[in-house]
Design a protein around this ligand. Structure first.
Ligand code: NAD
Ligand code: UGA
Length: 436
C-alpha cells in the first residue's frame, strides 16, 4: 500500500521503516531539514538500537523514501500517518497545534479516498477536531481520520512495533478501518496480534489510560520502595513477590528515580487535564504526577544526607538519559536531579554513553566525562541514575580507587550490594534497607 508518514521522530521513523519492511511503499516527510538531510543519507537522526540496520534493509527493498516536499510525500498515498509531537501546554493539556498545522497542510493534497491516521498520542476528541479542520478545506466524503495509537518504547522501538501486544484502530468509517486492517495485515499474520476496532474516542482514551496506568505502577512501586527502606524490607524482592501474581504481572515494577521521558509525564498530565476539563478529576493520576516530580529532587537531598556531603563536594552522576538504550533526555530524572545537586553547592561530573550531546544543552555547569571512571575521579559520591547495561558491568574496584569518598548510590538497583561493599564502598540502593 502507498503510505505517507508526516513527522519522522521516534514514532514516525519507526512506523515508516517497519511498514516498509512489511512490504508497503512508504514516503516519509519532516519539516526539519537537518533531519531530512540525515535520513536521506541513511543516517537515523536519533539513537535507537537496530534503526540504522532496519533503514538499510528497507532501502534495499526500495520501499522507503525520504522526501523533502510534503506534496511529494502525500500525493497518491492511501494512508497518511501523522506522527508529529503533542507536547504539554502549561495547564498540562496537550498542544494540538503541530497536528492541526499538519492537518491543514495535507488537507488540499489528499487523493480521494485517503485515511488520515493519527499515530501521535492525543486526548479524547482530538481526531474529531482534526477531521473538522480537513473538512473545512475539502468538504466531507473523500477522507476519514482514524486514531491508531502507538505503544512502542524508545530503546526497543522496532521490536515493539514488530511485536505489538495489540493494534488499536479507532474509526467508525468502514473504508478507513478496512485500509488499516489491510495495512497491518502482514504484521497480524506474523504475530497474531489482536486487533481492536473501535471508535476514535475509545482509541484515544486507551492510549492515555494505558500510559497513566503503567506510570502508576512505577509510582506505586517507588512509594513502596521508600516504605521498604524505612521498614526494613527490600523492594526488589517485594516487587518480585507482587509480580508473581498474574493479575499484577512483573513488568513496570522496577523502583528508581521516578519515571521520565517524553511520554509518561506528559501523558499523565494530559490525562489529568482531560479529567479536570470533563469535571471528573483523576485524583490518582494527579497525586502520581506530584509524587513523581517531588521524587527527583528529594533523592538529590537524600544523597547529601546519607553521604554527609558538604558544600563543594563532588558528585559523579552515571547516566543522564531518561532510560537505557536511548539518547533522549526529555523529562529525564537527571534534568531535575542534577540542578538540585548544584543548588546544594555540589560540583557535578557526569557521563552517559549516548545522551551527553543532548543533555549538555539542558544542563550547564556539568563536567562531562569520557567514561564512568573519569567521572568518578575525585568524587565524594557516585550516583547511578540510568539503567544502562554498561553500568552493570563496571569494574567496581577501579571505580572505588578513582573516588575520593566511598559512597555509591544505585538508584536503579542494578548492582549487587555485596559486590560494591567488597570493593570498600558503602552501597545505597532504592528501597533496600539493611544492606551493607
Ligand atoms: P519527536 O519529537 O521525536 O518527532 C516529531 C517530529 O515531527 C519532529 O521531527 C518534527 O520536526 C516533526 N514535525 C512537527 N510538525 C511537523 C509538520 N507539520 N510536518 C512534518 N513534520 C513535522 O516525537 P515522537 O517522540 O516521535 O512522538 C510523536 C508522537 O508520538 C507524540 O504524540 C508522542 O506522545 C507519541 N508517542 C511517542 C512515543 C515515543 O516513545 N517517543 C511512543 C508512542 C507514542
Ligand atoms: C512508554 C511506554 O512504555 C510505551 O508503551 C509508550 O508507547 C510510550 O511511553 C509513549 O507513549 O511514548 P518509553 O517512555 O519509551 O515508553 O519508556 P518506558 O520503558 O516505558 O520508560 C518510561 C520511564 O519509566 C523511564 O524513565 C523508565 O526508566 C521508567 N521506568 C520504567 C521505571 O522507573 N521502572 C519501570 O519498571 C519501568
Amino acid at each position: 500500500m502507498d503510505v505517507a508518514i508526516i513527522g519522522t521522530g521516534y514514532v514516525g521513523l519507526t512506523t515508516g521503516v517497519c511498514l516498509a519492511l512489511l512490504g508497503h511503499e512508504v514516503r516519509c516527510h519532516d519539516v526539519d531539514p537537518g533531519r531530512m538531510d540525515k535520513l536521506a543519507r541513511g543516517r537515523p537522526p536519533i539513537y535507537e538500537p537496530g534503526m540504522e540496520q532496519a533503514m538499510r534493509a528497507a532501502a534495499r527493498k526500495r520501499s522507503l523514501h525520504f522526501v523533502s516536499e510534503l506534496a511529494d510525500a502525500v500525493r497518491g498515498a492511501k494512508a497518511v500517518f501523522l506522527s508529529v509531537g503533542t507536547p504539554s501546554l502549561p495547564d498540562g493539556d496537550i498542544d494540538l497545534s503541530y497536528l492541526e498545522a499538519a492537518a491543514r497542510q495535507i488537507a488540499p493534497l489528499l487523493a480521494p479516498f485517503t485515511t488520515v491516521v493519527v499515530k501521535s498520542t492525543v486526548t479524547v476528541g482530538s481526531c474529531r477536531r482534526l477531521e473538522q479542520i480537513i473538512r473545512d478545506v475539502r468538504g466531507a466524503g473523500d477522507f476519514a481520520v482514524a486514531a491508531n495509537p502507538e505503544f512502542l518504547r524508545e530503546g526497543s522501538a522496532i521490536d515493539d512495533f514488530m511485536h505489538p501486544d495489540r493494534i488499536i484502530i479507532g474509526s467508525d468509517d468502514e473504508r478507513a478501518t478496512t485500509t488499516l486492517k489491510e495495512l497491518y495485515g502482514p504484521l497480524v499474520a506474523r504475530t497474531d496480534a489482536p486487533v481492536l476496532v473501535t471508535s476514535a474516542e475509545n482509541a484515544e482514551m486507551v492510549k492515555h489510560a494505558a500510559n497513566a496506568f503503567l506510570a502508576m505502577k512505577i509510582g506505586f512501586i517507588n512509594e513502596v520502595a521508600d516504605l521498604c527502606e524505612r521498614a526494613g524490607a527490600d523492594v526488589t524482592t517485594v516487587a518480585k513477590g507482587i509480580g508473581l501474581d498474574q493479575r499484577i504481572g512483573p513488568a513496570f515494577l522496577q523502583a528508581g528515580p521516578g519515571f521520565g521521558g517524553s511520554c509518561f509525564p506528559k501523558d499523565a498530565r494530559a490525562f489529568a487535564a482531560t479529567g479536570r476539563r470533563n469535571g471528573v478529576p483523576q485524583s490518582l493520576v494527579e497525586t502520581l504526577i506530584e509524587g513523581n516530580d517531588r521524587r527527583k529532587t528529594a533523592l538529590a537531598r537524600r544523597i547529601a544526607f546519607k553521604a554527609n556531603l558538604r558544600k563543594g563536594a563532588v558528585v559523579a552522576v552515571l547516566g543522564v538519559a531518561f532510560k537505557a538504550a536511548t539518547d533522549d533526555v526529555r523529562e529525564s530524572p537527571a534534568l531535575a536531579f542534577i540542578p538540585a545537586l548544584q543548588d546544594q553547592g555540589f560540583v557535578v561530573r557526569a557521563f552517559d554513553p549516548q545522551a551527553m550531546p543532548t543533555a549538555a544543552k539542558e544542563l550547564p555547569d556539568v563536567n562531562w566525562c569520557s567514561d564512568a571512571y573519569e567521572a568518578a575521579t575525585g568524587a565524594d559520591a557516585v550516583v547511578i541514575l540510568t539503567d544502562w547495561k554498561n553500568f552493570t558491568e563496571l569494574d567496581l574496584g577501579r571505580l572505588s580507587e578513582r573516588m575520593k569518598g566511598s559512597t555509591l548510590f544505585d538508584f536503579r538497583n542494578i548492582l549487587q550490594p555485596e559486590a560494591v561493599a567488597a570493593c570498600g564502598m558503602t552501597y545505597f540502593g532504592v528501597g533496600r534497607a539493611g544492606l551493607p
